[in-house]
Design a protein around this ligand. Sequence first.
Ligand SMILES: NC(=O)c1ccc[n+]([C@@H]2O[C@H](COP(=O)([O-])OP(=O)(O)OC[C@H]3O[C@@H](n4cnc5c(N)ncnc54)[C@H](O)[C@@H]3O)[C@@H](O)[C@H]2O)c1
Ligand SMILES: [Zn+2]
Length: 631
Amino acid sequence: MQDLPSSIADISDPELLGQWLEKYNEAYRAGKPMISDAHYDLLVERLREIAPDHGFLSAVEAETFADKREVRHPAPMLSTEKAYDKQSLERFVERVYKEAAQIGVTDVLFQVTPKLDGLAARDDGQILATRGNGYAGYDITNALEKGVIPQGGRGLGLGEIVAVQSYFQENLADRFEHPRNMVVGIISSDVLNISAKQALEDKQVHFVPYATLNKWEGSGKELLENSEKITQDLIQATDYPMDGMVASVMNQDVRDHMGATSHHYRWQIAIKAKGETGVTTVNAITWQVGRTGNVTPVLEVEPLKLSGATIRRVTAHNAGRIREKGAGVGASIEVIRSGEVIPKLENVLTPSDDTLIPENCPVCETPLEWNNDFLKCPNLNCKARVEQRIRHWFRILGNADWFGIKTVERLVAGGFDSLEKIYAMTEEDFLSLEFGPVQSKNLAEAINLSKSRPVEDWRFLAAFGISDLGEGDSRKILSFFPLEELLDKTRDDIVALHGFGDVTSISIEKGLKALGPTIRHMLDLGFNLQPTPLKSEMDVSSPISGKGVVFTGSMETGSRKDMEENARSLGANVQKAVTGKTDYLICGAKVGAKKTQKAQDLGVTVLTEQEYLQLVEGGESQSSPEQMSLF
Ligand SMILES: NC(=O)c1ccc[n+]([C@@H]2O[C@H](COP(=O)([O-])OP(=O)(O)OC[C@H]3O[C@@H](n4cnc5c(N)ncnc54)[C@H](O)[C@@H]3O)[C@@H](O)[C@H]2O)c1
Ligand SMILES: [Zn+2]
C-alpha cells in the first residue's frame, strides 16, 4: 500500500486513507496501535472532510478475536458521534431539543459520564461479550476467570474493561504504552505476560459497567454552560483511563424518537479533545535518568508552534522508539500535542542514521541494560537516580518546600547523597555548599519542619519509592499492619492481604528489606506521623467501618474530598459510584431524585449530610464509654 502524504492536509485520496484507517484500526484492536489516538482521530476527521459518505465512517470499527465464539447482541453496540469543540456540542443539544419538541417533550434530561478508554463489552449476567462489529461480538466470559473483576456485580449491561489508572501509572507504565494494550492482551491471549498477571492478581483490571460510573445530570443548558467543570469533576473522580466524556439523553421516549445511524445512537455524543500535529526537525537527543533507572529520550527540536504554545522539547517515550524509527539528529518528525502539556513524538517522516543510543549511562557511565523497549541504568548509586530518589522523598512527603531538583542536585554534588545525611545537615552545612545565608536558614528549618509537621504514615512510606508501594498501596498495606510491624513482614504475610498478589508481595518484601535500615533510621528521627487507621481496630469504633460509602452532591460540612478522607479514617470503604457493594449514599445539595431512587433500588441506604453526621457522631459517642474506661 502506498504511503500517506506526511501532512494530514495533503491527504486527498479517500480510498487510500480508508485503507490506512482499516489497517490502523486492526492493529489498534489487536492491542498494538501503530499511531496515537489523537492522530487517528485527525485522520478520521480528514476522511469526513474529503469523503463524508465513505463506508468507513458509517460502520462500527470492527474488532476480531479469531478463536472465540461469536455472540449476537440483543441491541447493537454502536460507536459514538464525536464533538471536538463547543459548537458541535451546541449543535447536538439543539438537535436534541428540536427532535424532543416534535414528540412534545420539553424537559430533556442529559447525563454525562467519563468515556472509558479500554475494551467495550456487555455482561448479561451469564456471558461477557465484546462489541465485535456492533451486531455480534465475542464470548470473553473466561476473562472473569482470569481475574477481571466485574464492578458492582454481574449482569449490569454495557461497560468497559479497563485497568485502574493510578495502579497502571505506578506499576506498569514502563511496560505498556497504554493500559488498553495490556487489557487487549489479557482478553485475547491465554499466555499472560508477567505484568498483566500481576495486575490481575492485584485485582486491578475491572469490567466497569457504564451504569456504575460517576455521572452528572442536568438540562442541555446546564450542560453547555458547565461542560468544562463537569469534565474536570468527572476526571477528578475517576481512576480509569479516559478519552473524553459521553453525553447521553436519558428520556427513553426521546431516545426512541431519535434512533440510531448504522454508526452511532443519535441521542449520544462523545466530547473529546482534538490533537494538533506539526512537523519539525530533531536537533539533539537528551537522555534523562529517572528514579527507577529508566533512561528516556527527550528530543530537542527546531521550535514549532502547536495549539498556541512554542514547542522545543518532545518526549519520545523510550529508547526502543528511537532505535526502531530512526528518530535521531536531523530526522524530520511529526509531533502531536493533545490536551496534555508535553508534546509527543508521533511519527518519523525522514529517519536519521544518527540515532546515538548511549551504551553507558550518561550520568554514571555504567553500561545500560535493555528492558523491553526501555534502557535502564542498573546502578542504584547512579547520581541521577539518587537525586531523583531524594527529590521523590520530599515531593511525596509534601510537607517541606524548598527541596526542588536544583537544590537536591547541589546537595548530592556536595556529598549529601542520602536521606540519612541530609537529615543530619545543619545551617552551616548548607552554607558550606554556598547556599546564601537566608536560603541556608530556610533549608535547615525545612528539614526540621518536615519532621515536626504532621504527615500521614502512608505518605512517609510511599516517599521511599519502593516498587509496588506507591501512595495507594502504602495506604492499603498500613491499614493491615502498623508501619513498625510491616518492616518485619514477609511475602507470605503480604500475599494474604486483600489486594496484594504474589509478584507484588515479593517485590514489597525485597524493597522493605533493602530499605529497612534507612526506614528505621528515619523513624528514629521522630517524624510526626499520623498512623493509618487499622482495619482491625476500626471495626469496633465506627458505625461506618467496613461499609461502602459514596458521597454525592455538594457538601456543607467540608469539601467532598475532606468528607471522604474523614470517612476513610473512620474505616469506610469510600467508593466513587453506587454499586451493589455500597451501603450508604450520602447526598449533599442538588442531588437528583433519579440517583437516590437508583441507589434505593440497589438496597443502598440514602442519607442526607445531616443524617450521616448523626450516624457517625452517634457511633462515636456510643463507643466512647467503653474506650474511656480503658484509661
Ligand atoms: N490509535 C489507533 O490507531 C486507533 C485506531 C482505531 C481507533 N482508535 C480510537 O478508538 C476510537 C474509535 O473507536 P470506537 O468506535 O471503538 O469508540 P468511540 O470512540 O466511538 O466510542 C464509542 C464507544 O465508547 C464506549 N464507551 C466508553 N465509555 C462510555 C460511556 N461512559 N458511556 C457510553 N459508552 C462508552 C462504548 O462502548 C462505545 O462503543 C477513536 O476515537 C480512536 O481514538 C485508535
Ligand atoms: Zn547511571
